[in-house]
Design a protein around this ligand. Sequence first.
Ligand code: G3P
Length: 312
Amino acid sequence: MFTPPVGNAALFHRRGLMAPVNADREVGDGRTVKHPSPFAPRFFADSATRADVEPLLRAGIIDGLTTNPTLLKKAGADSWSRAKDIMRELCALFRPHPVSLELTALDEEGMVRQSAELAALGDNAIIKVPVGGYRAVNPEADPYTGLKVIRRLWEQGIRVNTTLVFNTAQALWAANAGAVYVSPFLGRLADYAYSHDDPRRSPGNSLYWAEDRAKSTGTEAMHNTAYVATGGPVKDAGARLIFEIATVFANYRITTEILAASIRNPVQMMDCLVAGADILTVPAGVLGTVADHPLSDEGMKAFAKDAQAFTR
Ligand code: G3P
């Protein structure tokens, strides 16, 4: 389990700056019951498959959805028109809860145009904008395309979830550009470190962007900048990133919500909460694994058996 290096007073204070998640409720006769968890974290499902998420929505476990082109393809989308039908249907199902819909256009003007198209699919649509990676698909591309689009959408009042966040600077720049959510991918970060780390050096060494410079200067200290939330066990790299973003956001009173994504297992889910994430987006299968516990099963069987005595 991830252990934060310092206490969480600042994180606690930041949550108090945000709108309550669970509202108080009027129960008649002029009475209002206060909700016991006004600032609880929220859970979203990371899926585009209606059959997987509808029962979770009905159970009140999730109150939002995140999708991406990979998940839409898995849900059966084989054309843009079919993908839009699925996204429209998911928006209608989740209304008024937020549903993140990812842009597929790659240039600034095309992305702004496509944002309007996606925003028209539902008034709860959130536009998912990749923060970077543009030069990876087109070497001529402007590396700041995503940030420029986020700012333009903010100016138009369109809500943005920034995706593919792997370091704190990306999260901070997206927040400054006007994003209402940032999505750090903790599972992919951990996967990457597990498969690329040099075991003879400090944990998380494969994640340092300064790698090449360090090689040229021979400065091992460059490997300990903690810039990408490294410097502890590999398995905690993602949670350390969440903690780092949460701390920076708390320091500067940033209320852009930290939406922890790419979650692989229940341990990572709890790590995100300890680290200060505002929202967790989790595959339906992983949410399913925490709904039950072998000891809950055993306990329930014993209670049900003993309760039979009261039916006579
Ligand atoms: O929302 C997208 C993100 O959660 C991706 O997850 O499992 O493809 O790393 P994954």
